[in-house]
Ligand binder design. Structure first.
Ligand SMILES: *Cc1c(COP(=O)(O)O)cnc(C)c1O
Length: 378
């Protein structure tokens, strides 16, 4: 069986993890943690990069930083991972979903303004498949209405929008280093990016259990103490060492995934022009990172048939998000503003093909052949 995903692995992870173990400093923010954070601060040109145990927790810190209060509203797409919403729901927010664009499956920026009320506090664009949302329009809306923008860039590491790194545009951004993402810190991990300098000092405190321990380590205070709310949001040095091995090869990992992505695209484009299915669309001002290769079948029935055909051919392909507004908790914590023209229908047609760093050409060709043989019959 060709799996759907394999965790990225460069071969240098063992050495760095061993170094971290032998250093006898294995709790967070040691040598490797700081190396990683510096790397991101340079890459994204941001005020601060803070490693977290997950993207979910980076989003939770963001929700605290923008001071979400019970009843505040947060606008986002419904076609996303549950944590995008939950991080804000946990602070008492009401989620206001708007429809997605059928081309990128990202939030439709033209529908955001109509969803804004006097209670709106933030917009959370999700860069689906590592393809950027239309951030210029979103930032303009946010500025005019005095809203915060928190980018859910979980899938967007190494992608750009108009030449800017995803995650470097909103006031805050969150990345994931889960094993299914392009880079991993050993299975689980995340990153909070702070572009708006007003949030830096408090973010460090929240991440250190509500204490000013980071300032203490820098010699800015002579003892550390409880100063704010917070939690334990530091990953260990072992995780940072694992991630460092991947950052050293980050360009190579991205190029390799893009090569696989392009190979899928070229080999499937003939049938796509015959309108058997649809291929992803990358807007001209976006450079993506090969995070995901998907196609869109005619409808849910055809997707179900294609998935079982692929399984019989030894290919493990998968669908993706079930829209949050249709989920049990979605009914309680959210409302959908406007009509759901694309969120549900597009989500029901989408199928993701196997994709990982160093996906071999033989496996990829077998996946393509299996898709083609399905459409020869259908
Ligand atoms: C993976 C993902 C998350 C959650 O990441 P974790 O690191 O597992 O918490 C959040 N949002 C999106 C869009 C994701 O793809």
């Amino acid at each position: 069986m060709i799996p759907f995903n394999r965790p990225p692995y460069t071969g240098n992870e063992e050495q760095h993890v061993l170094n971290a173990m032998r250093s006898e400093k294995i709790s967070g923010d040691g040598k490797y943690g700081l190396l990683c954070q510096q790397w991101f601060e340079e890459k994204l040109n941001c005020n601060k990069a803070l490693l977290t145990p997950s993207c979910t927790q980076a989003l939770e810190i963001a929700a605290i930083l923008i001071d979400i209060q019970p009843g505040d509203e947060v606008i986002m797409p419904s076609y996303t991972f549950v944590s995008t919403a939950n991080a804000f729901v946990m602070r008492g927010a009401k989620i206001v979903f708007v429809d997605i664009r059928p081309d990128t499956l990202n939030i439709d920026e033209r529908l955001i303004e109509a969803a804004i009320t006097s209670k709106t506090k933030a917009i959370v664009p999700v860069h689906y498949a590592g393809v950027g949302c239309d951030m210029d329009v979103i930032m303009d809306i946010a500025n005019r209405h005095h809203l915060y923008v928190v980018e859910d860039a979980a899938q967007g590491m190494m992608s750009t929008y108009k030449g800017k790194q995803l995650g470097s545009i909103g006031h805050l951004a969150a990345f994931s280093f889960h094993e299914t993402k392009n880079l991993t810190s050993g299975g689980e991990g995340g990153l909070l990016i702070i572009n708006d300098p007003q949030f830096v000092a408090r973010a460090e405190i929240i991440r250190e259990k509500g204490t000013n321990r980071s300032q203490f380590f820098r010699g800015m205070v002579d003892k550390y103490t409880w100063v704010d709310i917070g939690s334990s949001y530091l990953p260990s040095e072992i995780q940072a060492a694992y991630l460092w091995a991947q950052l050293e090869l980050a360009d190579q990992i991205t190029e390799n995934r893009l090569a696989s992505w392009n190979s899928y695209y070229e080999q499937l484009s003939n049938l796509a022009t015959q309108e058997k299915f649809e291929l992803p669309i990358i807007p001209e001002n976006c450079q993506h990172n090969g995070h995901m290769f998907y196609l869109k079948t005619k409808d849910l029935l055809q997707r179900t048939e294609l998935l079982s055909h692929l399984k019989a051919e030894g290919v493990y392909a998968v669908f993706h998000y079930v829209p949050l507004h249709n989920a049990p908790a979605g009914k309680e914590f959210s409302r959908f503003n406007g009509a759901d023209l694309f969120t549900t229908t597009e989500s029901e047609r989408l199928i993701r093909l196997p994709m990982w760093f160093n996906l071999d050409q033989d496996s990829l060709n077998h996946v393509v052949k299996s898709v083609l043989s399905f459409y020869e019959k259908n």
